[in-house]
Design a binder for this molecule. Structure first.
Ligand code: DAH
Length: 342
């Protein structure tokens, strides 16, 4: 009897049925009126009294195992059947949600594309840079505040010579271009930059810039003004005008900040332009002769202009986004607004 119980247990373990009918046949074979287990219960009567306890337990366990297995097989087949019945091949498919470009990518590509049309190349540089490319070669004096820990993320000790740091602007890529490219140079350099700033609606520790550089013989301030005006009209519409305000950057002389006429109120004054009719979009200037010389360019023969703009800022102005943090939080309700702009 013991061997038979074990043989049936093994059979139950290995039992596989794909169809309802096969399960029913297995049930009848094991638990039916003339089933193997039922017959074992009949034989139980003849078991010696001192063995009744042991065999009784074994038999009950066998019966339970058989019933559980039948139940398990039924459930499995039932689920498959239900799924098969619910699957209607003639139904139209579910549309999968499609991702969209990030607004910062859209704006960056639009900026780069405009300059590409003007004949500019595109250059990129490393995000982890050295002090030479970010500050020294760009004519930053040693005590300039941007060189402090509060403003710049240092990778190595900022007391050491030429420390490694996260670039705070993409102007460092213009240095790399001047060091390696043949003149004349006409490039835009898009990229991510890092500043040790508290995050707010108007500032973030990570953002994007596009730097521009044009170096040739006889490049003048008027050339720069024209290039920026054409860019502004492509970016913000053909009615756009620009104004330049004198400014200061260590790497340009003279330097200017450029405003575009407010594309919301068209100069009448609104809360986006804070009633001024103007929106600041970039910094620019004639490349300082010191900067040309630091990269081995003869400043008596060559001159050039450079400009730099924040991509998030341009995107905020173009789409009237009020809080910079929207660009970094990946809230789908915000990102979906740009779905059509793929
Ligand atoms: N590097 C400047 C910044 O991050 C932007 C800038 C200003 C770039 C003037 C230039 C420039 O090339 O000429 O604020």
């Amino acid at each position: 009897m013991k061997e038979r119980i074990e043989a049936i247990l093994k059979e139950i373990e290995e039992l596989k049925c794909k169809k309802e009918q096969e399960i029913e046949e297995a049930r009848v074979r094991l638990l039916g009126k003339k089933g193997e287990i039922t017959r074992l219960f009949e034989d139980f009567r003849t078991v010696a009294p001192e063995q009744k306890r042991e065999f009784g337990q074994k038999l009950n366990a066998l019966k339970n195992a058989a019933a559980a297995k039948i139940e398990e097989l039924r459930n499995a087949v039932g689920e498959q059947g239900a799924a098969a019945a619910a699957f209607d091949v003639t139904k139209p498919g579910d549309s999968l949600p499609l991702g969209s470009r990030h607004p910062v990518s859209i704006a960056r590509e639009e900026i780069v594309e405009i300059f590409r049309k003007f004949g500019y190349d595109v250059a990129e540089g490393p995000e982890v840079e050295d002090d030479w490319h970010v500050f020294e070669a760009l004519n930053f004096p040693p005590e300039h505040p941007a060189r402090e820990m509060q403003d710049t993320f240092f990778v190595t000790d900022n007391e050491q010579k030429n420390p490694i740091l996260l670039r705070t602007h993409t102007s460092c890529v213009q240095v790399r271009c001047m060091e390696t490219m043949k003149l004349p140079i006409r490039v835009v350099c898009p990229g991510r930059v890092f500043r040790n700033e508290a995050i707010s609606a108007r500032a973030h520790c990570i953002f994007h810039q596009v730097e521009g550089l044009y170096i040739d013989e006889n490049v003048t301030f008027a050339d720069m003004k024209q290039a920026i005006l054409l860019f502004a009209r492509e970016m913000f519409g053909p009615e756009t005008s620009i104004r330049m305000r004198p400014s200061y950057f260590p790497f340009t002389e003279p330097s200017a900040e450029v405003d575009v006429s407010c594309n919301i109120c068209h100069g009448k004054g609104c809360n986006i332009c804070k009633g001024t009719g103007w929106l600041e979009i970039l910094g620019c200037g004639m490349v300082d002769p010191n900067v040309l010389e630091a990269s081995g360019i003869d400043s008596r023969k060559y001159s050039g202009f450079a400009f730099g703009m924040g991509v998030e800022r341009i995107a905020m102005l173009k789409w009237q986004v009020k809080d910079l943090r929207n660009y970094f939080e990946n809230d789908l309700r915000f990102l979906k607004e740009f779905e059509t702009s793929i």
